[in-house]
Design a binder for this molecule. Structure first.
Ligand SMILES: [Zn+2]
Ligand SMILES: [Zn+2]
Length: 281
């Protein structure tokens, strides 16, 4: 199992440096996606992952940094040669997002089917609403389970666990500190966890007019770097990968600013995620 980080920024604001949240899990050369932030299609192409080979997509929650390009990715993968079914899993509303994407692109789709001899994409895309945690998906390569995580006010928000023949990889999704997540990730080969650096927030928030509300949201719904280390230590994961960086763009921050607080509690392998970084689980 291989994980490719496609976008490692946190939050919907478009900033330089990092692309919006998305990652690929590749099992026996078949790609599965976690989240579809803006630009995911371009990131897949730059990572040399064939968009026409996509098998399934898992959306953690419906903040726009995680779902903005779900519909675009499906339709553009079809325009790039996709001929096999893609299943999209996510909290309720995922069905609407897929249907609305087909409507948004209806004119283009109607033209290309006869003009370019493509299959009808409505026969390729299937949306599945994850109404409750537990086993979400299973095929001959991988099993995917969902856990409810606290990300107020978004309900539900899910973490996902991918289990292949010999590897376990867990994605935290967006979550506040959660010991249930540590249980869910117990002994995993890799935990990809979101991270916020509260000490750097005030510089970021100087740029926006709704700073106080935004700060409250970030602190209530996300996990401070020191607590990410606590969770990884509690879970005893072999490899912790930081992603969904908040702030996502602050050229004054060093790698040590992120890793030092994590290292207070966690001594296993630690990677600071970067866009297009590929890691063996
Ligand atoms: Zn997010
Ligand atoms: Zn979120």
């Amino acid at each position: 199992m291989r994980v490719v980080l496609l976008g490692t920024a946190g939050g919907p604001a478009l900033r330089p440096g990092r692309s919006s949240p998305a990652a690929a899990v590749i099992v026996d050369d078949v790609p599965y996606l976690v989240d579809c932030g803006y630009g995911v299609g371009r990131q897949l192409v730059d990572a040399k992952i064939g968009v026409a080979t996509l098998r399934a997509i898992f959306i953690t929650h419906h903040h726009s940094d995680h779902n903005a390009d779900l519909g675009n990715l499906l339709v553009l993968a079809w325009a790039s040669g996709l001929r096999t079914p893609v299943d999209a899993y996510g909290p309720p509303l995922v069905t609407d997002l897929v249907e609305l994407a087909l409507r948004y692109h209806a004119y283009d789709i109607a033209i290309r089917i006869p003009d370019e001899g493509r299959p009808d994409p409505r026969t390729l895309f299937a949306a599945h609403e994850i109404a409750a945690p537990g086993l979400v998906y299973q095929d001959e390569r991988v099993r995917v389970e969902a856990l409810l995580v606290p990300h107020p006010p978004v309900v539900p928000a899910y973490a996902f666990k991918f289990t292949s023949r010999d590897r376990v990889v867990v994605f935290s999704g967006d979550t506040a500190y959660s010991e249930a997540l540590a249980d869910f990730a117990r002994g995993a080969d890799m935990l990809i966890h979101e991270v916020v650096l509260e000490s750097a927030l005030d510089r970021l928030l100087k740029l926006v007019p709704n700073a106080t509300r935004l700060r409250e949201h970030i602190v209530a719904g996300h996990t401070e770097a020191v607590d990410v280390g606590r969770i990884a230590a509690l879970a005893d994961v072999k490899h912790l990968v930081l992603s969904h960086f908040v702030p996502s763009y602050d050229p004054t921050l060093t790698d040590a600013d992120w890793s030092d607080p994590v290292r207070l509690h966690y001594s296993g392998t630690l990677t600071l995620g970067k866009d297009l970084l590929a890691l063996d689980a």
